[in-house]
Each structure stands twice: as C-alpha cells, then as structure tokens.
Write a protein of this length. Structure first.
Ligand code: GN1
Ligand code: MG
Length: 367
C-alpha cells in the first residue's frame, strides 16, 4: 500500500501530519485517523475507498458532496451553531479539483475528523429516541435536494435483486458449502414473497423513493457527550431508496441484544423498548413528509433488514467470502445464523409493533 502520509499530502490540508493510524471497524473501506502536528489545525480521517464495491467513485463522491453541501446550507439557514460538528467536511485533492485522489491503483478521500464525539455499538432507549429524531431530520433535510443522486451501488437495498443473488449463489455453490447452509436457504425462501413487498408497492406507484442513508448501523452515528446525535457518517450509500432502509438497518443493529455476528444465539433478540423509542423519535421528526403507507410499514421494515442481511451474508458465504471482510472461515455462516435468529425474534414482535404504531401515543416512553 501507498505511504499514507504521502497520500494525505495530495489533499489540500491545513497543518502537518504527525501520525496516521487505523480507525474504526467498517466491513468495506479502510479508515485511518490522521493526527495533525499543528494543534490549531484539525485532525482528519483518511479512507481508502473499496473500489471493487463502489465502482463509480466519481458518482459516489458527487453524491456525498451534494448531500453534505445541502445539509450544511440547511443548518446555516436554521442558524445552527457548531455546524462543523453536525455535517462532514470533505477536503478536495490539490490537483484536479475532485474530492478523491487516485494513485493509479487505489482511490482515497479525506475528511475532517470531528473531535469530542462518541460512537456506540449499542444504545439505550433514550439514545434510540435521539437517533430516530436524527434520521427523520436527515431525511427531511434532504427531501428538497436539487441534485439527482445516482445509485452508488446499483440495486443496493433491492430485496428482489438480493434474493436473485442468493439464488445464483445456491445454484453455483462454488465453495461447496450449500449442505451446511440449506436450512437457511429454505427458511429464507419461505419468506421471500412477503419480504419483496416494498418493490411491489413501488411498482404499483404506492411507495416513493427518497434520499436515504442506507447504512444506518448504530455505529455510523456520532453522538456528543450528552447523547445528542451530532451527525450521521459513512455516506457512501446515500441514494434514493425506500425509507424502510434507514429505519430497518438502524433497528437491525441497535435493537439487537447481541452482536451482528454473535456466536451465542441466546444473546440475540429484538429489543422492543429500542423500537418504541426509535419509532417515537422518527415519527416526530419525519411527520412532515412520511406517508401513511410508509408509517404503517415500519414493522415490516424492522423485519426486512435482518432478513436482507441474512440473505447477503449467506450469499457471500456460498460464494466463498468475496464481499465482506471475515475474521475466520465460517464467519459469514455465523453472521447468517445470528441475523436469522434476530429475524425470528423480530417477527415475534410484529403484532406488538403494529399496535404501537397505531396507538403509539398511549404507550410511548417518556424521557
Ligand atoms: C457494510 O461498511 P459497513 O461495515 O458500515 C455494508 C452494509 C451492511 C453492513 C453489515 C456498502 O457496512 O450494507 O449492512 O456491512 N455496506 C456495504 O454490517 O455493503
Ligand atoms: Mg460503516
């Protein structure tokens, strides 16, 4: 790999680099924190973009810059303070005027590191409420973005497409792992039609696409010390999609009592309190734009994402681990089992979730 300090020097930074060290736990890109020797200048986050997955880096960065500039304008208009901590700031490359630099092999980008923030792998109901408010307002701020965003990964959260990838992986069985995975394939197939409901509603003209984040894992949010959400990070997958993406992926991670790849399935279950708090916050801040069909399908969204993630981890396992980074050979199968357990637990709360959405006001927790 390139000398990281040299990579940083290709961008229009302030100050001088003292150290570049690994950062975070993303499954796709590689991230580094750039420590500034000059205490008056900011630290930065350097990322190597996974070019195998994000094939159109130009479109990717155009999406991100369009979104961050639009949010910045909205915050300025509202008279918000501390805006640099509430939206990401990308640094252009010195040559070419792009927000990335290509070294002939890898694509790199640089953004300002936001100081004094906390990231979480889990949340309590209060933080979940704040997260709901944050995603509702993220989507409402982007409701009138003038730019047309592209799909940085085509069909990213298209359930029909993800199922077709799984079916192809099953048919090819390239890694010879189908036998040990057959149980999950059968269980996923049983639910396939129901889970493709969003695409169906879209074709019928009943469900809109909006600019969504599409990777709302809880660790993609920055909180301040008092639990307020400062901003949403990891904007690679910001693109037009159903609102279910953002609700669903947040709950998949935040309402899971275990880890995404927990080997102990007894630890994995769906936490209704996290759901209620999130739904309260999201519905409050999203009420200006959400349609009845979007609201009524919040419980569906909560099941869709553990389902989709099970499909994706399983397909990758069958394909011989070509997409997600793994730490050991059966990692994707362990992830499949854990996400499937979460799906079953979430399904068992469907009725309770529906009742909450219909008569939420009486049961909403207060903070
Ligand atoms: C990937 O990059 P990261 O780790 O935030 C993936 C998400 C999955 C997630 C599963 C571009 O997100 O869609 O939900 O892993 N991102 C992409 O943990 O595929
Ligand atoms: Mg991430």
């Amino acid at each position: 790999m390139n000398n990281l300090t040299d990579v940083v020097s290709r961008f229009a930074i302030e100050g001088n680099v003292s150290e570049v060290k690994p950062l975070g736990s993303g499954l796709i890109n590689d991230s580094f924190r750039v420590i500034n020797a000059d205490t008056n200048a900011p630290d930065y986050v350097l990322q190597r973009i996974n070019h195998a997955i994000f094939q159109d880096v130009d479109m990717l960065m155009n999406n991100i810059v369009a979104v961050t500039s639009h949010i910045r304008k909205k915050l300025e208009k509202k008279g918000e303070k501390d805006i640099d901590r509430k939206v990401l700031t990308f640094i252009p490359a010195k040559e070419g005027g792009k927000y990335y630099w290509f070294d002939g092999e890898n694509y790199w980008r640089l953004m300002v590191f936001i100081k004094g923030t906390i990231t979480c792998e889990t949340v309590n109901p209060e933080y979940s409420y704040y997260a709901g408010v944050a995603f509702g307002s993220f989507q409402s701020m982007l409701a009138d973005i003038p730019d047309e965003l592209g799909e940085s990964i085509p069909n990213f959260h298209n359930m029909e497409f993800r199922l077709s990838q799984l079916r192809e992986a099953v048919a090819n069985n390239v890694a010879g792992r189908l036998d040990e995975a057959q149980y999950y394939v059968d269980e996923l197939e049983k639910r396939a039609d129901e889970m493709c409901k969003a695409e169906q509603l879209y074709r019928e003209g009943k469900l809109p696409k909006r600019v969504c984040h599409c990777d709302t894992k809880v660790n993609n949010m920055l909180f301040d010390e008092s639990g307020n959400v400062l901003c949403v990070i990891d904007l690679d997958t910001v693109m037009p999609n159903f609102v279910f993406s953002d609700i669903g992926d947040f709950l998949r991670t935040a309402a899971n009592t275990g880890a995404e790849d927990d080997e102990n399935l007894d630890r994995v279950s769906f936490n209704m309190e996290i759901f209620k708090a999130f739904a309260k916050g999201y519905l409050e801040s999203g009420k200006s734009f959400l349609t009845p069909i979007e609201i009524e399908n919040l419980p569906y969204a909560a099941t869709l994402f553990p389902y989709m993630q099970t499909v994706r981890f399983l397909a990758d396992y069958l394909n011989g681990d070509t997409y997600y980074k793994i730490n050991y050979p059966t990692h994707n199968l362990v992830r499949t089992a854990a996400q499937f357990k979460l799906l079953r637990s979430t399904e068992s709360y469907l009725q309770e979730m529906k009742e909450f959405i219909e008569h939420g006001d009486t049961e909403i927790p207060s903070f």
